[in-house]
Design a protein around this ligand. Sequence first.
Ligand code: DGJ
Length: 371
Amino acid sequence: MNRQCHFISSLIVLSFLVVSPVFSQQRYANFTPGKIWNDNNGVHINAHGGGIMEHKGVYYWFGEHKIAGPKGNSAQVGVHVYASKDLYNWKDEGIALSVSEDLKSDIAKGCILERPKVVYNKKTKKFVMWFHLELLGKGYAAARAGVAVADKPGGPYTFIKSYRPNPEKMPYYPEGTPGQEKVNCDKPANKSDGFFCRDLPGGQMARDMTVFVDDDGKAYHIFSSEENFTLHLAELSPDYLNHTGKFIRIYVGQQTEAPALFKKDGTYYMIGSGCTGWAPNAARWFKAASLFGAWKYMGNPCTSPGADLTYGGQSTHVLPASGKKGSFIFMADKWEPKNAIDGRYLWLPIQFEDDIVKIPWHDQWDLSVFK
Ligand code: DGJ
């Protein structure tokens, strides 16, 4: 081969390497919490405050699409969705729910739309997305739950409505609840009870949230309420599109955010955080023999240095691990409020010591940790 020929063939190989997705695509075989995590296009995954739904062997990761700069925490685009079969490598599937250009819409561009979670309703065969919604220009005052539906897992999702759950409804109390723990709106016993009673006519505030589907197909919406002082766990209707009016209050007055709920061997577990804006704080976990309680506060599940600040993150979801029964992944966000799009993901394996939840730190790990 003469020199010119050699030069041309080198150019061809080089351009193939650059344009071919086979070679340009980074393949992951492990998780590296807190590091940049690229999608199939080599772009850092943009699905913050997210949750994952598995459907027919494919995982769908839904989360807040953030933009660069300090205003990036407002919803300028909508809910982003990615798909994966192995949990390491994610394909960008686009925007599952778009914000509206109509300024009168509840989900008008620039509103706050956080912590989207999608569940599949086997009876209606619809995919149902719930999220925390704040109306455009009203800061965090609206505190509503929003709901959207789709026929396909990746969407597009159609927005249905937003509202404050359970107006005029009093909490449900499991048998044996002491009288002094029951809210009395004639004489609220504390700040949180006061907010609960204030909001009784119009519905309870709904901010940080998750949705959980139990083995019997019933779904529950768990959210920070009462000015973020108390969590509510509320039953959803069989179509998952409404609240039934049955709900409990959890850890009254203790300011729990970022709830993530899961079930193992018949016991219900929940991991959440404290309430310090975008700044990290210590995680907290709870367990219960029944969804309607009583839920027991169990302390901080994190066990390595950095545990007092959840390693810089805040919980968003707990994912049953790929094909490994009884194994769960703790998913958290490391927020970057000054440049929201640069927020990172902390995924860590949950360790169980009998029914005690532990989340040690790993710089790098893979699914083989689950025996
Ligand atoms: C903490 C919440 O967990 C986030 O979802 C977000 O609402 C921020 N607070 C806003 O400060």
